[in-house]
Design a protein around this ligand. Structure first.
Ligand code: UT7
Length: 391
């Protein structure tokens, strides 16, 4: 029975006592549960409903412990009213269609700088010094350079030289992917004890401020978690992507303009034509995708953890549009107050939106230690993903 907690053991004994006559089937189930626990796999455990008795909630497994959190947003802000001065829009339209009221916009501070401020706050909160960081994972779609990476620049800024440093670009799902990667590195126990996960985004860099359909949506900001390994806890991750939807959210990188090029024809990349690097999206297609992907992720990641969505204390979703969350909440048959929503104060900050919301929820007391949390994201790629854990 090695690798199984006392709580699960207790459930086993209860089951065996109650269903002595069905010992054979139960023995097989127990063997399977033990196998999974010993393999250190995810906490997958199908709920067995015999005679309406809940057999077990989940097998405790290895997870990621959030030791510290921190955020940083630029001082400069732009209200809906400010946007009425540059495009044909109104506070009423933006509020009703998206839930956004204000967003923070960089006044020239680079992405690595705001990320580093959030990282420093998370380190302070955790009581960990920068030299103790073993791995930095930075998530962004708006780095300052192709190279060096955002994570290397954050490392330089906070004084964490020597740690591993890498960037993850999964658009708005980036933080969820990064969280799961951090957990897997920590789980190996291979000298990785402290992971700094930083999301830093300056979407104002790629916003086309003449396009009213997209410019009102985005803001800049950064947030970070300091993660350590945690044994015997709730954890599951479910992630995926659908490259067939690549064309729906686009910001172009460099074009091919090398000195030897002879072919003047544009290669058909099956992507929309965009002005320079400016962001473009098919709002309706993304909306359709998001309202399906979000509840689907919550259901699947909860099923992997062996709990029902209703058993979560809080869901912290990617903050793109309040209406997407309302639709998802209906689909999941959950009240809106289970969702941590702060879109009114930040707009859509891509991969930073989930940790920013998490930080604010902890600050206002709506997320507390011991709560069962689901972080869930969706976005460009198309990508999607969720993680479930106990805070
Ligand atoms: O993190 C990235 C993931 N992205 C998303 O999740 C975005 C998902 N999509 C959405 O959130 C919504 O589709 C939008 C907020 C982008 C747009 O909302 P919508 O309800 O789908 O509006 P729409 O595109 O259907 O436009 C409705 C009307 C149009 O006018 P007509 O053709 O009906 O006369 C637009 O031209 O609203 C107009 N419109 C605006 N009006 C005032 C579009 N943008 C604006 C604006 N102000 N800013």
């Amino acid at each position: 029975m090695q690798g199984v907690s006392a709580e699960v053991l207790y459930y086993y004994i209860t089951i065996i006592t109650q269903y002595r006559q069905k010992n054979n089937i139960l023995r097989k189930i127990i063997i399977q549960m033990n196998y999974r626990a010993e393999q250190g796999r995810h906490s997958c455990f199908r709920r067995i409903n015999r005679g309406g008795i809940k057999v077990a909630e989940y097998i405790k497994t290895v997870g990621a412990d959030i030791r510290g959190i921190g955020k940083y947003v630029p001082e400069l802000t732009a209200t809906n009213e400010d946007f009425t001065k540059i495009v044909d829009t109104s506070d009423e339209w933006i509020t009703q269609r998206t839930g956004i009221k204000v967003r923070h916009i960089t006044n020239g501070e680079p992405t690595y700088y705001i990320g580093a401020q959030a990282a420093k706050a998370a380190l302070k909160d955790a009581g960990i010094s920068a030299e103790d960081i073993d791995l930095i994972i930075a998530t962004t779609v708006t780095p300052d350079f192709f190279t060096p990476s955002l994570s290397c620049l954050i490392q330089r800024e906070i004084g964490a030289a020597g740690s591993m440093a890498m960037d993850v670009n999964c658009a708005c799902s980036g933080f969820v992917y990064g969280f799961d990667m951090a957990k897997r590195y920590l789980q190996t126990g291979d000298g990785i004890n402290n992971v700094l996960l930083v999301a830093s985004e300056e979407l104002s860099k790629f916003v086309d401020y003449t396009d009213r359909a997209s410019c009102v949506l985005f803001g800049d900001g950064a947030a970070a978690f300091l993660l350590q390994k945690r044994g015997d806890t709730l954890y599951s991750g479910y992630m995926g992507a659908d490259g067939n939807g690549a064309k729906y959210l686009v910001s172009r990188a460099l074009r091919c303009e090398n000195a030897f090029r002879t072919n003047t024809e544009e290669f058909d990349m099956q992507m929309p034509q965009t002005k320079k690097h400016y962001f473009t999206q098919d709002g309706k297609e993304v909306y359709k995708f998001a309202t399906k992907a979000l509840p689907d992720c919550v259901e699947k990641v909860c099923a992997k953890a062996g709990i029902a969505p209703a058993e979560l204390d809080r869901i912290v979703p990617h903050q793109a549009n309040i209406r997407i969350i309302e639709t998802a909440a209906k689909h999941l048959k959950l009240p809106m107050d289970k969702f941590s929503m702060y879109i009114d104060r930040y707009g859509n900050t891509s991969s930073a939106s989930i940790p920013l919301a998490f930080c604010d929820a902890v600050a206002d007391g709506s997320i507390k230690r011991g709560d069962r949390i689901c972080l869930v994201g969706f976005g460009g790629g198309l990508t999607y993903g969720g993680v479930v854990f106990e805070y």
